[in-house]
Design a protein around this ligand. Structure first.
Ligand SMILES: [Zn+2]
Length: 224
């Protein structure tokens, strides 16, 4: 079962190339807790706004096989505002570079996924260029995950910076995720922003710097 995710579109003022940016947070509830379909069914009870913060209802779904299948059924995924998918070694054994690449591309091609999260995880070696090409072709965002450059997934920096440089070259759209594992880290993008500046990424490349742009992107994807 996917990890339930509530996405808060929170206006976080950050500086990148001198411009103010609005960034997307992805706080999660319990990672390890197995959830049921009832959890996702009950999301209808969640208001669209809490204390002035607009809420997008979503999930970080687990990719569970090398064909890119997800652990939440299509019907429920289709009802969510935003779907993130990623590889986690508690849900799928890291395969060969070819296997992992196929898994992510399968998820991208499913049409059910808006964002591929932390593709720079060194535990899952991928063909970055192939993944970015599929993401571009299928209009899927690539996440640059702040937590990967700090607490989580050690050794991600090199991979993430290669992905960022490649995204500029290939014209992929990126999104930032604080991937906060504790409330104090919500809205924290310092490491990711520093790395992106080094890689020549501009605000134009990052869709989550503008809430309306992100919402237009999601709407477009759902209208297809
Ligand atoms: Zn994750």
């Amino acid at each position: 079962m996917g990890t339930p995710t509530v996405l808060f579109l929170k206006t976080v003022k950050k500086q990148i190339k001198g411009a103010e940016t609005n960034c997307l947070n992805r706080p999660r509830t319990s990672y390890a807790r197995r959830t049921t379909h009832f959890y996702f069914g009950n999301l209808k009870a969640l208001p669209d706004e809490i204390n002035g913060v607009e809420v997008l209802k979503g999930v970080e779904a687990n990719i569970i096989d090398y064909d890119g299948r997800l652990d939440l059924d299509e019907e429920r995924l289709a009802r969510l505002d935003i779907v993130v998918a990623s590889l986690h070694d508690v849900c799928i054994t890291p395969g060969s570079k070819k296997d992992n690449t196929r898994a992510i591309i399968g998820a991208i091609k499913s049409g059910l996924v808006d964002i591929i999260a932390h593709p720079g995880n060194p535990a899952f070696e991928i063909d970055k260029r192939e993944v970015l090409k599929a993401a571009k072709d299928y209009n899927v965002l690539i996440e640059i995950n702040n937590s990967s450059l700090g607490l989580s997934r050690p050794g991600s920096y090199q991979n993430c910076s290669e992905i960022a440089r490649m995204a500029v070259e290939m014209g992929n759209l990126l999104t930032l995720g604080s991937d906060a594992h504790i409330c104090y880290h919500i809205g924290e993008f310092k490491e990711a922003l520093n790395m992106l500046k080094e890689c020549g990424v501009t605000e134009e490349n990052i869709i989550s710097t503008d809430v309306d742009r992100l919402k237009r992107f999601l709407k477009l994807r759902r209208n297809r």
